[in-house]
Design a protein around this ligand. Structure first.
Ligand SMILES: [Zn+2]
Length: 509
């Protein structure tokens, strides 16, 4: 990159480092305007419900944005919706729905799913259908500079051979592509890597179409991101993100279009999240596909577990690592989240001003771990958003607080010792979006969702708990024990207190 994209203004900002796919190395984050980050992330093609693979990409950048904001950066976050696309047209035809109606419906579904995962809305969510003017303008600029051509079939293509730096992101050389080409897939193109900027209308009324200097038609896929990023972030901006599968050809093509069209560098940093793969019972990777019937939709998972369980599962891995998904892994994440909320309940539910080492070694350990937490956690996150390492510190904290919580005196004595732990839980909620509920809300959500998944209800359990209470009151110990055994077998944990009995779902079994 030229110095123009990375001004070396002595920033008094936190030293955050980022793995840049473009340089294949970890670099200090230096933004065009100190303290401000322009971020563009490729969004979804909205023709179906989102699955956990999509959720991983959305989560990765949600955490990036949360951490940057926490560290004082002003982030201008743009994530698009691809609402004009061949897949959308095909699905709309199948259903007999206008394509833009279908995509609007799935945008609403996507927003619901992401909100269920605690993923905040970007500052801008541009849609292709609302940026046709920007797209046509950019294609016109590319044509006038000799980077595009209109083929015999009426489509307009980008000529990759006109872009000397084509391949710099992916490392692919277009010469290799030509050598490896066995058959000319599309004779309309001059080079097999050339890609459509504008697709001519075929005359099918089911296709959405707009006027352009090259006739009626619709944009090719890649051009939309170049046009929408320029509209919202300018010709040159800081960070571009997306899934690793988008490096080639999508991001390579975006760079070519934008840098040839604008005559300026495009994004300075390219961040890519790793794939999510499904694992079967024997631990082998399987492809998630409709034909195998194993698509894990976000909404189906959210019906069974709180969204934070999925968040926790995602952040246990670094965003660049591949993430093998299995239901066991999700269950483990739910168990870990349950422990975190038990610790949070102890930290926020305790009073008293005992100072360490009054409460012995567990008190001292909890106090020391919580006191050191912020620095350790932040250092991990500053280092290319290393959530895997950050979660190691979270688990240390949770373990120490729960250990202290086993002490019956913790509730009335450990308030001061656990003050740094309370700050730590607030930090975790802000940056990772985990532990953001009150413990009572979390335990209630687990109850409702787990019971519903088993075809039972909270009312049914409440009635059984009440029956046990009545049996105890009438000293019918045999009946009370029988009910307790039954509840225990159903993973209901009963806690008897002065104000009566409460209960929770035991997770993980
Ligand atoms: Zn894109």
């Amino acid at each position: 990159m030229t110095p123009e994209t990375k001004p070396d203004a002595g920033q008094s900002l936190p030293a955050i480092s980022v793995y840049n796919t473009l340089s294949r190395s970890i670099e200090p984050l230096t933004t065009r305007v100190p303290g401000q980050v322009g971020l563009y992330v490729c969004g979804m093609t909205v023709y179906d419900y989102c699955h956990i693979g999509h959720a991983r990409a959305m989560m990765a950048f949600d955490v990036v944005v949360r951490h940057l904001r926490h560290r004082g950066y002003v982030v201008r976050f743009v994530r698009n919706h691809t609402d004009v696309d061949d897949k959308i047209i095909a699905r709309a035809k199948e259903r007999g729905t206008p394509p833009l109606e279908l995509s609007s419906m799935f945008i609403r579904a996507l927003e619901e799913d992401l909100s269920g995962l605690g993923i905040g809305a970007p500052d801008f969510t541009p849609k292709v259908s609302e940026h046709i003017g920007d797209i046509v303008t950019l294609i016109g600029e590319l044509m006038s500079k000799g980077h595009g051509y209109r083929a015999e079939n009426g489509d307009v293509y980008f000529a990759v051979e006109s872009s000397p730096e084509y391949g710099k992101l992916s490392g692919k050389r277009i010469g290799d592509q030509r050598a490896g080409e066995r058959v000319a897939v599309d004779t309309a193109k001059r080079h097999p890597c050339d890609f459509a900027l504008w697709k001519a209308w075929t005359g099918d009324d089911a296709e959405p179409r707009w006027p352009s200097p090259w006739g009626e038609g619709r944009p090719g896929w890649h051009i939309e991101c170049s046009a929408m990023a320029r509209h919202h972030l300018g010709e040159t901006f800081d960070v571009h993100g997306g899934g690793i599968d988008l490096i080639f050809p999508h991001h390579e093509n975006e760079i070519a279009q934008s840098e040839c069209g604008n005559g300026k560098p495009y994004a300075a940093y390219w961040m890519h999240n790793g794939h999510l793969t499904l694992q079967d019972d024997s631990g082998d990777s399987v492809k998630m596909s409709k034909s195998l019937g194993n698509i894990m939709r976000i909404r189906d998972i959210l019906a069974e577990v709180p969204g934070e369980a999925l968040r926790l599962m995602f952040v246990e891995s670094h965003y660049r690592s591949p993430l093998p998904y299995s239901s066991d892994r999700l269950t483990s994440a739910l168990v870990a989240l349950d422990r975190l909320y038990c610790a949070k309940e102890t930290a926020f539910g305790s009073s008293g001003d005992a100072a360490p080492p009054t409460m012995g070694e567990p008190g001292l350990e909890a106090w020391e771990t919580a006191t050191a937490f912020q620095e350790r956690f932040t250092a991990a996150m500053d280092n290319d958003f290393n959530t895997a390492e950050a979660m190691g510190h979270v688990f240390d904290l949770v373990r120490c607080v729960n250990r202290l919580g086993n002490d019956r005196g913790a509730r009335t004595k450990a308030g001061a010792i656990l003050a740094p732990a309370r700050s730590a839980f607030d930090l975790i909620a802000t940056v990772l979006g985990i532990g953001a509920m009150s413990p009572a809300e979390f335990f209630d959500e687990v109850k409702t969702k787990r019971l519903l998944a088993q075809g039972r209800s909270v009312d049914e359990i409440d009635a059984k708990i009440a029956a046990r209470g009545a049996a105890r009151a009438s000293r019918d110990w045999a009946e009370a024990d029988r009910l307790r055994t039954e509840l225990d077998a159903d993973n209901i944990v009963v806690m008897d207190g002065a104000a009566g009995s409460t209960w929770r779902m035991r997770v993980g079994e």
